[in-house]
Design a protein around this ligand. Structure first.
Ligand code: NAP
Length: 314
């Protein structure tokens, strides 16, 4: 049944659920369209559902499992009156009021909308990726580097992210092999120099990862030389995939101002988009920090911006 809401929140990662907690406590009864459980990009709870231990979220000195943390966010939002719909926004109509959000053949209307659909790490598309993420396979050095103290690990990619991750990981790992499919970096010169002069980083040029091996824990990777075709195997305790990110913004194309890379544009130091009454927070607008805590912070900002904007309308 289609319903009208003061605020609809699209996405239920740390940004969306923090926005839901704040909006609920402001008596706005937020309606959260939380995503599709079967999807690896828009799953309820966001990217933390794909991780295991989270040790950098303040307030959990012993660490907490990513899915449990998100369940706690959700319970907290529900306690104050947020309601949830499991599903994915398939179309939005923001040309006139009320704002409309379609979830397949249902249309929900709202006075305001908070977009927190997040981003996804690009993956190699290998069979074991989903099974081993958080079990030796990672897409976030800041989050998981600590688990690889004294171990030999590898990073895939040739852009700034890959070099930044590889350099950061040398603080923990005994050796970092940077695997790139070509023989030159895409990264900026200063970052390249940083990687090439780091004694703990070893380059493996012209190499593709063709298989990730391990049942419950990553054990090794299969490699193929992209020039000679030669195949080999490498034992690694950890593999970090750093080949870029993609914001989940397909549904907003042509509706909300976005960068060429698809990240939504918000007014500086706020969560206002170019559409009146539509706000954006979290990784869908942040390609710099990408942390659960920064996403949560911007979710709080979005709820406060929304509450104040709604007040001004009446
Ligand atoms: P990126 O610049 O798009 O680089 C992606 C890298 O991954 C490329 O080297 C690419 O190889 C490789 N790659 C892509 N798909 C692959 C696949 N399927 N298999 C193997 N390798 C694959 O992405 P990014 O490094 O995440 O950077 C994104 C943006 O953020 C850039 O503008 C970057 O400058 C910026 N950034 C800046 C900083 C900083 O300044 N500190 C840090 C991080 C990111 P090819 O080169 O062969 O295409």
């Amino acid at each position: 049944m289609s319903t009208h809401h003061r605020v609809i929140i699209i996405g239920s990662g740390p940004a969306g659920l923090t926005a839901a907690i704040y909006a609920a406590r402001a008596n706005l009864a937020p309606f959260v369209i939380e995503g599709e459980p079967s999807s690896t990009s828009d799953q309820p709870g966001g990217q933390l559902m794909l991780t295991t231990d989270v040790e950098n979220f303040p307030g959990f000195p012993e660490g907490i499992m990513g899915p449990e943390l998100m369940m706690r966010f959700r319970d907290q939002a529900a306690r104050f009156g947020a309601t949830f719909l499991t599903g994915k926004a398939t179309k939005v109509e923001f040309g006139e009021k009320p704002l409309k959000v379609h979830v397949r053949d249902e249309i929900f209307t709202a006075d305001s909308v908070i977009i927190s659909t997040g981003a996804q790490s690009l993956m190699l598309g290998l069979e074991a990726e989903e099974r081993l993420i958080g079990r030796g396979l990672s897409t976030c050095a800041t989050c998981d580097g600590f688990f690889f103290r004294g171990k030999e690990i590898a990073v895939v990619g040739g852009g700034d992210s890959a070099i930044e991750e590889a350099s950061f990981l040398t603080k923990f790992a005994s050796k970092v092999t940077l695997i790139h499919r070509r023989d030159s970096f895409r990264a900026s010169k200063i970052m390249q120099d940083r990687a090439l002069s780091n004694p703990k980083i070893e380059m493996l040029w012209n190499t593709a990862v063709t298989e990730i091996v391990g049942k419950d824990q990553l054990e090794s990777i299969s490699l193929k030389n992209t020039v000679t075709g030669e195949e080999s195997s490498m034992a690694v305790a950890g593999l970090f995939i750093a080949i870029g990110h993609r914001p989940n913004t397909d549904v907003f194309k042509g509706v909300i101002d976005m960068e060429d890379s698809g990240y939504l544009i918000t007014r500086p130091d706020s969560t206002y988009t170019n559409i009146e009454g539509v706000f954006a927070c979290g990784d869908v607008k942040d390609h710099v920090y990408r942390q659960a805590i920064t996403a949560a912070g911007s979710g709080c900002m979005a709820a406060i911006d929304t509450e104040r904007w709604l007040e001004q309308q009446h």
